[in-house]
Every structure is written in structure tokens, then in C-alpha cells.
Design a protein around this ligand. Structure first.
Ligand SMILES: [Mn+2]
Length: 322
């Protein structure tokens, strides 16, 4: 924790009358949990008025979180604030349309855990070693001696559990577990949190998943595998692209697989592919061959032409890289 920046934040909050806290567009549990947790912490320890601002609608998965005190950004466009705190945003564009709020704030405060964060705020609490912005806010609360209650614990727990994939991803550290352990010492409905976050896949998404999994094709002795999905498939299950979350990872998780792919039809003769691999096998170079890009083990690219053509070329590129 950057103590100097934490104390600058404390000084600032002690001197101002109004603050708005904003979550990012297409919010996830970290963004929403950080927003709600931090808002309550500030409200409980300072005199300033706190506005909880949602830059987007809340996805079904997080509808159980208590956003009754939050308002959509459109309701705030006429207001001014002494400062605006962005949580879990690597840059201002993460706000989407809610970026229109920023000129109304006298100062920007940036609280985030993305390595790519460019420290765009007047005060920057950026800790890339934190699993989540929720974990960062927990450490901030400890640093500034802010008291945690059940409402805050529940919000921060959702944030941490989401970004660590239920404490399974490699960003989960000893500090993450210690933070979660203390949060769990406050009574809140943790069974509900677990069920809603990790055991509530919509039925139509599950049915689409079953269909796609049956169509997985393997080549190179099972080292390369994947499948494709058309708009017709999505329509059949009243599903959208978000409902494809987890398919390409499911294929990657098969023991023999080095590279997995998922091809999506996005328009007439327009396709997009998601690629995943296991270290040290990389997929960013493959994506680049098709004009795409991404991380070493998670990348994507687009293609114009026929599905058969794309599949052939992509599989060949994968086979050359295993
Ligand atoms: Mn995050």
C-alpha cells in the first residue's frame, strides 16, 4: 500500500463536501463491490456526501448486490462534485458513456489494480499486486484505520471472489486469503454470494454450452481443439455473445490441449476467434498473423471470408505453434 497516496486521499476526503464514486461500463463484481464497499467506508468516516454512480446497467449475476443507494450516471450529468473516484478502471475510457461525468468533478482519484494503469488521477492508488480493487480497498481501510462492517465486508468479498475466480487464479496471494478471512469474520450471507456468483449459470447458456461442447473438434493428437458458433446457434438458445464465456477455457482445460479456439460468426462472412493456451505455448503470435492480438496465453483475431477457410487457416496456424 502506497501510504503517502493513502494519506493524501484521507486529507482530501477530510476537506471536501461532495464525492462521486463510479464503477466501469460492463461492470463486474470487482467494480460493483469496490464501488459499494468504498462508498460505505467513506460515508462512515467523513462528513462529505457520497454519490454511488453506476456507469452501466447491472448484469443479472450481480443483481443480488444492494445497489438501492446507487444512481445511473445519466441522473448526475447536471451535478458537480469536489472529486470523482474511479474504481477498477485502468483508464478513463473504461467508464464508457459515463465519461461525460468527468468534467463535472474538480479532481479525479484513481483506485485500481491493473498493471497497465497510467496513473491518470490527481491521487493514484494503483497496486498491481492486489488481486482486485476490492482487496486494495481492504488494505486501504487497514492503512487509514477505517472500520469494516457486514455491508462493507460483503461488498469487498464479492469483489475479491469475482476477480480471483473464487480464489483459484494466480493473482490469489497469502494477503488475498488473509483479507478474505477477515471479511468472513463479519456476518453476511456468504452462501448466497457463492451461489449467485458461481452456481447460477442461466439454463439457456448451459444448453448452448452443451451443444457447443459436443461439436469440439480435436487435431494434432488432441493438442489443438475448438469449435465454432453461428448467429443461428445463439438465436436457437436466445443467447448472446456473453453467454459464450467459459467455452474456450473449457477446451483449454482438457489435459492434452495446448491451444484452444472458439470461432464466432459476427456478421455476414465476418468471424472472430478467441484463442487460449497453456504456458509456454503462446497464442498472441497466432492472433497477430490474422491482424489481431492480446496476451501471450489469451488472444483474439478477426477474419473475413468463409467459416471453412478461417477454420482451416486457424487450425494450421495453431498446429505450427504447438
Ligand atoms: Mn478488477
Amino acid at each position: 500500500m502506497n501510504k503517502r497516496e493513502a494519506h493524501r486521499l484521507h486529507e482530501k476526503l477530510s476537506r471536501i463536501d461532495t464525492v462521486c464514486i463510479v464503477s466501469h461500463a460492463h461492470p463486474d463484481g470487482d467494480s460493483l463491490g469496490s464501488l459499494l464497499g468504498l462508498a460505505a467506508l467513506i460515508e462512515n468516516h467523513y462528513h462529505c456526501e457520497v454519490e454511488r454512480v453506476l456507469s452501466d446497467s447491472t448484469p443479472f449475476r450481480y443483481a443480488f448486490m444492494d445497489t438501492t443507494k446507487a444512481v445511473p450516471y445519466e441522473a448526475c450529468l447536471e451535478k458537480t462534485y469536489d472529486c470523482c473516484i474511479l474504481v477498477d478502471c485502468s483508464d478513463e475510457d473504461r467508464l464508457g458513456d459515463a465519461k461525460r461525468l468527468l468534467p463535472q468533478a474538480k479532481a479525479l482519484i484513481n483506485i485500481d489494480h491493473h498493471r497497465s494503469n497510467q496513473s491518470f488521477g490527481a491521487i493514484n492508488l494503483v497496486e498491481a499486486d492486489c488481486s482486485s480493487t476490492g482487496e486494495l480497498i481492504y488494505h486501504l481501510a487497514k492503512c487509514l484505520d477505517w472500520q469494516i462492517n457486514s455491508e462493507i465486508a460483503s461488498a469487498l468479498y464479492v469483489a475479491i471472489a469475482t476477480d480471483t475466480g473464487s480464489f483459484q487464479y494466480s493473482n490469489t496471494t497469502q494477503r488475498t486469503h488473509l483479507a478474505a478471512a477477515e471479511l468472513l469474520s463479519h456476518p453476511f450471507e456468504v452462501d448466497l454470494v457463492r451461489e449467485r456468483l458461481f452456481q447460477s449459470e442461466p439454463l439457456n447458456k448451459a444448453k448452448l454450452f452443451i451443444t457447443l461442447v459436443q461439436s469440439i473438434a480435436f487435431t494434432s493428437e488432441g493438442k489443438v481443439g475448438g469449435c465454432s458458433v453461428t448467429q443461428k446457434d445463439l438465436d436457437q438458445f436466445q443467447a448472446s455473445y456473453e453467454d459464450l464465456d467459459g467455452v474456450v477455457e473449457f477446451v483449454r482445460n482438457i489435459e492434452t490441449i495446448r491451444i484452444s479456439y472458439l470461432i464466432k460468426e459476427v456478421g455476414e462472412n465476418e468471424f472472430r476467434a478467441s484463442l487460449r493456451s497453456k504456458p509456454p505455448t503462446r497464442v498472441d503470435k497466432i492472433a497477430q498473423q490474422f491482424g489481431g492480438g492480446g496476451h501471450a496465453y489469451a488472444a483474439g483475431c478477426s477474419f473475413t471470408g468463409s467459416l471453412v477457410q478461417f477454420q482451416e487457416q486457424l487450425i494450421r496456424a495453431c498446429e505450427e505453434n504447438i
